[in-house]
Design a protein around this ligand. Structure first.
Ligand code: FE2
Length: 431
């Protein structure tokens, strides 16, 4: 039987087909730009590899576009219909669950696969992704810890696993160990954007803005031309460091010339980066010019995606701040009417919808209503997933709403709270 490069059994017509699939997976792990064509080449080697069908389905889902879910489901059916190992059947099942919105079920499946196959790096990465967007931080940390004993320098992809370990530790506040793992990973492969990103997060959370700017710049040459849209997120982090230093002009320059230079992109993380940065700049009194309208043009059609409410909150920011009231209403209605049995449904009901209504109220010039909607759910926002650094924008929204609504008691308390969390960030003291 064929094997992948980490020694896992793979149903494939030939070693060449298995190697072609490895190449597609490698590119995916490194956030490269060739994963699609490489997967196509793998299908040309062997059209009936269950893991190739699974990988294609996962690629559809990772794009975060509702319209691609049926195609992911079809890939799940194709993978299910092919003869395969128990691991391959488990992937087919995980994919089918995920495509149906049962992301909790998919995450459990990945963890189950990893008990038997701790070197299944695809399952590691996808569990990492889902735990992250579930806001399941302990699972996000422990998932990688459980598999690490099966890894060392001799196993291809070791650096990626160290990078994931780093990010899991960072999000639970274990910064020293996170930085150590992240730096080890980046030393193995400085073009590994996820590992570079993990270290940037440590610096963000510790208010090490100057170091953070230098860190992103130092590694840039390695990933700038290799990494797909995720490179925009690293430049977004660089802009965050500038904001912490109260350097709004530098942040806006990165917005225009780096992470939102491609205004044709409707990639979900690209939109989230951009909307998040424009909100933060808005809170600092920076005029967005026509930038909100540009983003709203991409966000308006995303009502029915219904993937994770974290994404919707950023679409909502674009729509609300651009004053597209019709799309705001449509988007809120779509979120209120969910009943598909998806893992995300309860998060939409409990947190996503109140947050999006709060954002809509802020955009409509109703800060008191924004505050009243957002304050009761502020300690539940972790359920949206995303990182602490990303969700900080909602804390800033709450502070801005308190200020505009004349709630000085609350504003003072919230600013003190935020500044205590990020004492090195000059801007945290200035709200
Ligand atoms: Fe990040």
């Amino acid at each position: 039987m064929a094997q992948d490069k980490r020694g896992l059994e793979l149903t494939a017509a030939s070693d060449e087909a298995a190697a072609a699939l490895d190449a597609a997976l490698d590119d995916f792990l490194g956030f490269g730009r060739e994963a699609g064509p490489l997967l196509k080449a793998a299908f040309e080697s062997d059209a009936d590899m269950p893991m190739a069908h699974a990988l294609r389905g996962y690629f559809f889902l990772l794009m975060g576009v509702g319209a691609l879910r049926p195609r992911a489901a079809k890939s799940g059916e194709q993978a299910t219909g092919l003869p395969g190992t128990s691991r391959e059947r488990a992937h087919a099942d995980a994919l089918s669950r995920w495509a149906a919105g049962d992301t909790a079920g998919a995450a459990r499946r990945f963890e189950d696969i990893l008990l038997d196959h701790p070197r299944d790096i695809l399952a590691i990465r996808l569990a990492h992704y889902l735990h992250f967007y579930h806001g399941a931080l302990a699972q996000h940390r422990d998932s990688v810890a459980r598999v690490l004993p099966a890894w060392d320098e001799s196993v291809p992809g070791y650096g990626y696993v160290l990078g994931m370990r780093a990010f899991g530790l960072e999000e639970v506040g274990d910064y020293a160990r996170a930085e150590d793992f992240g730096r080890r990973a980046a030393a193995i492969d400085p073009s590994d954007a996820w590992s570079v990103h993990s270290v940037a997060h440590v610096m963000e959370m510790q208010g090490r803005a100057q170091e953070g700017i230098a860190w992103v710049r130092e590694n840039e040459a390695h990933w700038e031309h290799k990494v797909h849209n995720f490179r925009h997120h690293l430049w977004w982090h660089q802009a965050l460091f500038h904001l912490a230093l109260d350097e709004a002009d530098a942040a806006l320059d990165l917005y225009d010339n780096r992470f939102r230079a491609d205004t044709a992109s409707d990639d979900v993380l690209d939109i989230a980066n951009a909307a998040s940065m424009l909100l933060r700049l808005h809170f600092r009194g920076v005029d967005a010019g026509g930038r909100w309208e540009e983003l709203a043009g991409h966000a308006a059609g995303r009502f029915s995606d219904g993937i994770f409410p974290f994404f919707d909150a950023h679409y909502m920011a674009a729509l609300a701040m651009a004053g597209d009231t019709e799309s705001v209403r449509g988007h809120l209605d779509a979120m209120a009417g969910r009943s598909g049995g998806a893992t995300a449904d309860a998060v939409y009901d409990d947190v996503g919808l109140p947050l999006c209504e709060a954002i809509a109220a802020f955009g409509a010039g109703e800060p008191e209503r924004c505050f009243e909607l957002l304050e009761p759910v502020r300690y539940e926002l972790y359920r949206l997933g995303g990182s602490h650094a990303q969700r900080d924008v909602f804390m800033q929204l709450l502070i801005a709403a308190a200020r505009q609504a004349g709630r000085d008691r609350e504003r003072r308390a919230l600013v003190a709270e935020r500044a205590a969390r990020k004492p090195g960030a000059v801007a945290a003291w200035m709200n």
